[in-house]
Design a protein around this ligand. Structure first.
Ligand SMILES: [Zn+2]
Length: 281
């Protein structure tokens, strides 16, 4: 139950969120749930930009943003939270400016660092839900492992060329839900799957997938609609075709199975997370 006090909105908030509050599935109670939510966005890039901007616009009360890169000219074709004038700035600070310009009511917590085996569990445990928009497999598996170990819902998106994928992983909350490793047990060998910097990506494809990721995050916060947990959404932009495939939980999964081999993040400690790829399959 939401305490009555949390349903108090200022007149400006009621105006700002009026199109949400009009929706029976959201309403004042849902808007209060969004205001109370703590979301961690991993990566302030092509996916993280629309995720951050839509969550800020939606009034997600506290948004953490982690990234250790600086804005480069080649980012601007798709990473819409950044601007030409902010080239050279840390991405988390640039993106936070964009989010605060849209909605100064939300709190943006910037973490200008690389997610590592040392900091991942403490950082992720400080949030309710995690949006992964990273561009390399090492960080992607680190986020996935840390989310299972800390029992946090993971909304994970990936893009490459003209394709995108999206799913929700919450085995702690739904016995039928797989974790990321149920779907992808191990990272592919280096060099097998090209990165966006090697193979390219259409900018708007990252925008669509990041926007879908923000939508699924809002659904998970509010508990509305049909969760994408247990399904993988695949979009082929060239064919203009969306499809959804079932992804079952693996009872022998090394991470979320009955007898897990992975019980901490020690196996990530020696990796230096090179930016190899941005696509899980
Ligand atoms: Zn699993």
């Amino acid at each position: 139950m939401i305490p009555a006090m949390d349903l108090d909105f200022t007149e400006a908030e009621i105006h700002r969120y009026s199109r949400h509050i009009l929706l029976p599935e959201v309403g004042g109670r849902g808007q209060a749930m969004l205001r109370g939510a703590r979301v961690l966005v991993v990566g302030a890039g092509g996916l993280g930009s629309p995720v951050l901007l839509y969550l800020a616009a939606a009034g997600a009360g506290t948004i953490g943003l982690i990234d250790d890169d600086r804005v480069e000219l080649s980012n601007l074709q798709r990473q819409i939270a950044h601007t030409t004038a902010r080239i050279g700035e840390p991405k988390v600070l640039s993106a936070a400016k964009a989010a605060r310009a849209i909605n100064p009511e939300v709190r943006i917590e910037t973490h200008q660092m690389r997610l590592s085996a040392d900091n991942a569990q403490a950082l992720i445990a400080a949030y309710d839900i995690v949006c992964d928009g990273t561009d390399n497999f090492d960080t992607r598996f680190l986020v996935a492992d840390a989310c299972v170990l800390t029992r946090r819902t993971l909304v994970s998106a990936a893009v490459l060329r003209f394709e995108g994928q999206l799913s929700v992983f919450k085995p702690h909350a739904d016995p039928a839900s797989p974790c990321y490793r149920c779907l992808f047990p191990e990272p592919p060998p280096p060099g097998v799957v090209p990165s966006c910097s090697e193979a390219g990506v259409l900018g708007a494809v990252t925008g669509v997938m990041g926007t879908l990721q923000a939508t699924e995050t809002v659904k998970e916060i509010l508990g509305i609609g049909e969760s994408l947990a247990g399904r993988l959404l695949i979009w082929d932009a060239l064919a203009s075709r969306f499809r959804t495939v079932r992804v079952p939980r693996n009872p022998r999964c090394a991470l979320c199975g009955a007898d897990p081999a992975i019980t901490d993040l020690a196996h990530h400690a020696s990796r230096d997370a090179p930016a190899l790829a941005c696509h899980p399959a």
